[in-house]
Design a protein around this ligand. Structure first.
Ligand SMILES: [Zn+2]
Ligand SMILES: [Zn+2]
Length: 89
C-alpha cells in the first residue's frame, strides 16, 4: 500500500473533492474584473476600483445593477441580493 499518495500531497487530485466547490469559498470572483480570485492577482483592480462600487458579484460573477445616490452606492445581484457601501473620495 506504500504506492498510494498521501492525502497531504496536493498534486494528487482527490476524487472525492475534484470538481466540488468548497462551502467556505464564498468570495470567488473579483468584484472589479470578474475573473477568478484564485487564478490572478487583483492588486491592480483594487487600485483601479478605488472607492467605486463593485462591477461583478463575487459569488456568482453576475454583473451587478449599481445605483449611486450621493456618496452611497448599492449593487444588486439578481441571485444574491443587495450590497451597499460608501464612495471614497
Ligand atoms: Zn480583478
Ligand atoms: Zn451573485
Amino acid at each position: 500500500m506504500s504506492e498510494l499518495p498521501y492525502a497531504a500531497d496536493t498534486s494528487y487530485p482527490d476524487p472525492d473533492t475534484l470538481g466540488a466547490i468548497p462551502a467556505v469559498m464564498t468570495a470567488t470572483y473579483c468584484e472589479h474584473c470578474g475573473r477568478s480570485q484564485q487564478k490572478v492577482s487583483h492588486g491592480q483592480c483594487q487600485r483601479e476600483r478605488g472607492g467605486e462600487a463593485p462591477t461583478y458579484c463575487t459569488s456568482c460573477r453576475r454583473e451587478l445593477d449599481v445605483t449611486v445616490d450621493g456618496d452611497r452606492w448599492s449593487a444588486v445581484c439578481k441571485k444574491h441580493g443587495q450590497t451597499t457601501g460608501t464612495l471614497e473620495r
